[in-house]
Design a protein around this ligand. Structure first.
Ligand SMILES: [Zn+2]
Length: 193
């Protein structure tokens, strides 16, 4: 549902609440108030899981948004990054926002999603490759300058079995995909195009 959809739904529900209030004026206003409370919390959920701007992104041939690609892998400026919750982790701002909404919604479903890694500046990619070896040599690191983490478009999550199955069912709604075989912790962000 786009923002226009959300707005027209809000208008529709508000007019129903007003009708209901008018109808019940002087009788039982308590149940109307509680209906409004429930509506507010549902609305909050709907907004959290909806891209606020409805913005789309033009991708280059490698699937990287053109604006982001211009900075260079591992060289994304602070201004283009967003923080994940109150952790020290950062992702490309739209990815961070989507992840934050997803973590909140999962929590509402009783599922905890932890985060262990996020944006990885170039120097950290070099360090990781040295410590964990390159994929091409049987290791666990991408060649520096090519990692999805270097675009701030991938996150490594701490998922128990319940959280992993929640992710496999729901993450697509937030633009996150499980895209590396044997790395069920690694989730990449696919921006709306
Ligand atoms: Zn990863």
């Amino acid at each position: 549902m786009g923002i226009e959809g959300v707005n027209s739904r809000i208008a529709e529900i508000q007019s129903r609440i007003i009708a209901l209030q008018t109808q019940r004026a002087g009788t039982t206003s308590a149940s109307v108030t509680s209906a409004q409370g429930t509506f507010a919390s549902h609305l909050q959920g709907a907004i959290a899981s909806t891209a606020p701007t409805g913005q789309t992104y033009k991708l280059n041939s490698k699937g990287i948004p053109e604006d982001l690609a211009a900075y260079g892998n591992g060289k994304i400026p602070e201004t283009a990054l967003g923080r994940v919750g109150n952790t020290g982790h950062k992702l490309w701002a739209p990815a961070a926002e989507s992840l934050n909404g997803m973590i909140e919604d999962a929590r509402r479903d009783g599922v905890e999603i932890g985060i262990t890694d996020s944006y990885r500046p170039y120097a950290e990619q070099v360090d990781l490759a040295r410590r964990k070896g390159l994929y091409s040599q049987g290791g666990l690191a991408a060649k520096p300058g090519t990692s999805e983490h270097g675009w701030g478009m991938a996150t490594d999550l701490d998922l128990n079995a319940k959280a992993l199955s929640w992710m496999r069912k729901n993450a697509g709604n937030y633009g996150f995909v499980e895209n590396v075989a044997r790395e069920s912790w690694h989730w990449a962000y696919r921006p709306p195009t």
